[in-house]
Design a protein around this ligand. Sequence first.
Ligand code: NAD
Ligand code: MG
Length: 383
Amino acid sequence: MKRSISILGATGSVGEQTLDLVRRNAESWKVTALTANSNVAELARAAREFRADIAVVADERYLGDLRDALAGSGIEAAAGRAALCEAASRPVDITMAAIVGCAGLGPVMAAIEQGGTIALANKEALVSAGEVMTAAVAKHGATLLPVDSEHNAIFQCLQGGEIGDVRSITLTASGGPLRMIEDLSAVTPEQAIAHPNWDMGAKISVDSATMFNKGLELIEAHHLFPLKLDRIRIVVHPQSVIHSLVEYRDGSTLAQLGPSDMRVPIASCLAWPARMDTPMEPLDLPAIGEMTFFAPDEVRFPATRLAREAAEAGGAAPAVLNAANEIAVAAFLDRKIAFSRIAVLVENVLNQNDLPDAPRTLEEVLRVDEDARRRATRILEPV
Ligand code: NAD
Ligand code: MG
């Protein structure tokens, strides 16, 4: 029998790699909804190829273009945030949540409220919503499967024992393209985006360069796996062969290894709890030759420290950290601020002494997010 899938953020790096796997097993899948922000041409092309029921573009200005591009196909066209959530709430066997940023939170929550299975790539949504999301997952009997390669690795290694027997988990970090660069203030967007091991969207590539990606992943891990923050470690592993590790109380450490290709963790979610074929070459350890490990340098890259502090503070802090980082990354990509100011801006916003209270509902999370974006923008563009 065919399984149904909706892909939120279908035109992005994770979305396209998901479609690649669906294409290779086309007879096994029925595509329900595909969404994008503004890339109508690619969205319509994919919707036609995969005979989706509905295609949604988040930016309402593109509704006319999307209708034109889908004319005669019988595929529904819709636009705007409400349409995005409506499409995400259509029942499917699995939802791939691959929108970037807190913009994906509403649709993810809409899918969770259906009690479905959600393959979560959109870490910013979980970082911002935290317990609001995990409580909704529990309330509606939904299942979150981690797509992020580190969390997917930990999820797989946790099959090897009881969570109560886990001593620690270790997230590996490539260290990004700037680990060896001395003067971080002069780094250009092109340098920051050129990731040595992974081919990803612009925002997460900058996050990898600042190490905010690992900071967000620390908070993500804290919500996905019931472990105290002091049991979650980070180690720099430039080859990105080991995707993460779980240490049990008997001294056994389990690791998941594989190529730096997101189709591996995506396939693990799509087939879960079974396995499926992917076009990966077998792991060639002699060709890899060496694996090295370093402690993160939190003086040059303060992001993981800031994330740990925000997670310890709890309340609104993780959502504030995420929102300020989103504004800072956009400003850096627009060449408005230097690379080294990203972390400074995030820290400045986090240090404001009148931050909002802990959000308890989706609406409150979205208000905290909005508020923190305004605070960050005000620092960038003082009136
Ligand atoms: P991307 O920029 O390549 O794609 C983002 C997708 O989201 C696109 O389809 C875009 O149209 C859509 N989108 C962007 N802004 C939107 C908005 N305001 N409203 C609705 N839709 C919007 O990003 P990506 O690299 O595929 O990453 C997606 C998510 O997966 C991120 O949260 C990222 O951290 C996470 N992730 C990505 C990778 C990777 O290898 N790319 C690995 C791990 C986790
Ligand atoms: Mg990751």
